[in-house]
Design a protein around this ligand. Structure first.
Ligand SMILES: [Mg+2]
Length: 292
């Protein structure tokens, strides 16, 4: 099937998270020490090491103290990137300090992410330009905020008005939320509920991948006129479970962007790509251009 749509993840797929990972962690720890409990750097680093050792079987159970959502279905490896890793480590730190995990703590992520902003990948303008030249629709679908990605794109594509206009952004897609999709046309609803709740394949023979990401599906359904367009879509992401498992199940072509140290791609992610044969590739973002 010919590709018509290209869907890009933002963090780690189009940005060099590996360049800022340690600065981001430092910023989070400094803020935690300043606003929650001083003298906790060593404990924080110890808990990050615990998360690293337990991942990928340990999953991202997104929660924001003090909201009541303290546990959720695991949705990505807990150490897949520094953003997820810090969030999971914080819960272990709070527990070690015998603070309730619903303890109201400030948002560590947003200011730390601003302070340690990950630069765009070097090939970003080239990739977007070629996709546009070849008349693909270009969509960012990300957990990050729409306004943030729009502002980054405005800066990146300054003076390239036609290209900038062609790039659509759907932020806060909540790919990490395992929930049912809502408000869909009947054809899409049937396709969503035909997705198995969990994958047959298990991560390290333990945890399955939970496939029904309702918010992510709704964002994709907004791009597609019919479910058949799933197979005319190339999705690029850097975390198999979060970005690619569900679209691949729906028949999309996928490109897994390689994560580098300190959060390298897991072997099971590479195996999942291999199992899809020609429908999937693995490597640098630039290699997406070989697919089109
Ligand atoms: Mg990502």
């Amino acid at each position: 099937m010919a590709i018509r749509h290209v869907v890009l993840d933002f963090d780690g797929t189009c940005t060099k998270v590996e360049d800022v990972a340690s600065d981001y962690v430092d910023a989070c720890i400094e803020m935690f020490e300043r606003e929650v409990r001083a003298g906790t750097r060593a404990l924080f680093l110890e808990k990050l090491a615990v998360v690293k050792a337990a991942s990928p079987v340990m999953g991202w159970e997104f929660s924001i103290p003090p909201l009541a959502i303290t546990y959720a279905a695991p949705s990505a490896p807990a150490y897949a990137d520094p953003y997820i890793a810090v969030g999971e480590a914080v819960k272990l730190v709070l527990r070690a300090l015998e603070l309730d995990i619903r303890t109201p703590i400030p948002d560590l992520h947003t200011p730390s992410n601003d302070r340690a902003e990950a630069p765009w990948r070097d090939e970003m303008i080239e990739v977007l330009s070629k996709l546009h030249e070849k008349r693909f629709t270009i969509h960012f679908v990300s957990n990050s905020k729409t306004a943030k990605i729009e502002a980054r794109l405005d800066k990146l594509l300054e003076g390239k008005d036609a290209l900038r206009k062609a790039v659509r952004v759907k932020g806060e897609a909540g790919k990490f939320v395992v929930r049912d999709a809502k408000g869909l046309a009947p054809e899409f609803e049937a396709a969503f509920f035909a997705i198995p709740a969990a994958s047959d394949a298990r991560i390290a023979d333990k945890r399955p991948i939970y496939l029904r990401r309702g918010g992510y599906f709704e964002a994709l359904a907004d791009i597609w006129g019919t479910i058949a367009e799933a197979s005319e879509t190339l999705v690029c992401g850097d975390i198999w479970e979060l970005d690619l498992a569900m679209p691949a199940h729906l028949g999309a072509e996928v490109h897994l962007v390689e994560r580098l140290d300190p959060h390298p791609t897991y072997d099971y992610e590479k195996a999942a790509v291999k199992a899809l044969g020609k429908r999937a590739t693995f490597g640098a973002l630039r290699q997406v251009l070989d697919r089109i």
